[in-house]
Design a protein around this ligand. Structure first.
Ligand code: PBG
Length: 337
């Protein structure tokens, strides 16, 4: 129970009067250890290609990604999550490039682990960077097939783990994929590979800039015209109890860590998931959240540094153990300064 005194004996402002006492009484802290650096990679040779809708973020070549991994190690960032922009010539309806052990993701994972063995590398498990229609799963007559997709995802995860990935993060929202991935990994002796489940992932407008970043946005050659519409597999933003059911199923199937996505608009979900399950729980500050802060800051409307740190604090206050964010190197620099 909180003690509350009465004015004038109690004056809450006493605890705010100086920096030292504010620091001394702060309930939550943001640390570099809380960061997972969201990083876009591409299969071209240009070291870095700017993403227009995400000022300050660029698609990195495999070689530049390895350099960035070294930088993460220097900054003390524990882990990097990679997201691939694949040459459109390699995309097809089934996303089979996702299974290529010599493909972009596996090459980058190898190069990054080589360059910085002590930085954890997390990979996305989903087909959208590899399908020509931009959906996360296999498409048939305008519907996303669940069980057939899960089989491919388990294979994709295994290929990525063989390349050296430390954490696989299924972001596809198919039913049963965590269990299938766990079984595939265990069957091949990868008992220690972590699974961070995008357990509660919502169909969101905040993924907008990501579609440009990975080049999945203006596609949609399949029977579903709009690849932005993932509402038959991602969650409805009106739901909370459903998030807990999703999490419960993923935990039962073997998820080690949980991710809530997007971040800022879903802090209630972060809080409820953390309170209900007590597992390591992360928030994903997605591309649209990044873009909003950047756009306002570029117009001089908000102070970028303060706004970024404030969002980090919001995630911590809600109960997150860490944050997947494109701001990770910036935050690490600010905290280290
Ligand atoms: C898809 C995936 C998405 C993101 C990560 N993995 C987009 C989507 O679900 O449509 C979004 C990341 C971001 O917006 O920063 N598997």
């Amino acid at each position: 129970m909180n003690y509350t005194g009465r004015f004038p004996a109690a004056r809450p402002r006493r605890l705010r009067q100086d920096d030292w006492v504010r620091r001394l009484t702060r309930e939550n802290v943001v640390s570099t250890d809380d960061l997972i650096w969201a990083m876009i990679i591409h299969d071209g040779i240009e070291p870095s290609v700017p993403v227009t809708a995400m000022p300050g973020v660029a698609r990195l070549s495999v070689r530049a990604a390895a350099e960035a991994a070294r930088r993460a190690a220097q900054l003390g960032i524990p882990a990097i999550a990679v997201f691939p922009h694949v040459d459109s010539a390699k995309k097809d309806p089934t996303g089979k490039e996702a299974l290529n052990p010599q493909g972009l993701v596996c090459s980058a994972v190898r190069a990054m682990k080589d360059a910085a063995p002590n930085v954890g590398i997390m990979v996305d498990v989903a087909l959208d960077p590899f399908t020509d229609h931009g959906h996360d799963g296999l498409l048939q007559n305008g519907r996303i097939l669940n069980d057939e997709t899960v089989e491919v995802l388990a294979e994709q995860a295994l290929v990525q783990v063989k390349a050296g990935a430390d954490i696989v993060a299924p972001s596809d929202m198919m039913d049963g994929r965590v269990g299938a991935i766990r079984a595939a990994l265990d069957g091949a002796g990868h008992h220690d590979t972590l699974i961070m489940s995008y357990a509660a992932k919502y169909a969101s407008a905040f993924y907008g800039p990501y579609r440009e970043a990975i080049g999945s946005g203006k596609l949609g050659s399949g029977a579903v015209a709009n690849p932005g519409d993932k509402r038959t597999y991602q969650m409805d933003s009106g739901n909370t109890d459903e998030a807990l059911r999703e999490v419960a199923m993923d935990v039962a199937e073997g998820a080690d860590m949980l991710l809530v996505k997007p971040g800022l608009a879903y802090l209630d979900i972060v809080a409820r998931v953390k309170a209900s399950f007590g597992l390591p729980t992360y928030a994903f500050q997605v591309s649209g959240e990044y873009a909003m802060i950047k756009a306002a800051a570029q117009n001089g409307w908000i102070d970028e540094d303060r706004a970024v740190l404030e969002t980090m604090m919001a995630f911590k206050r809600a109960g997150a153990d860490g944050v997947v964010t494109y701001f990770a190197p910036k935050v690490a620099e600010m905290l280290g300064a």
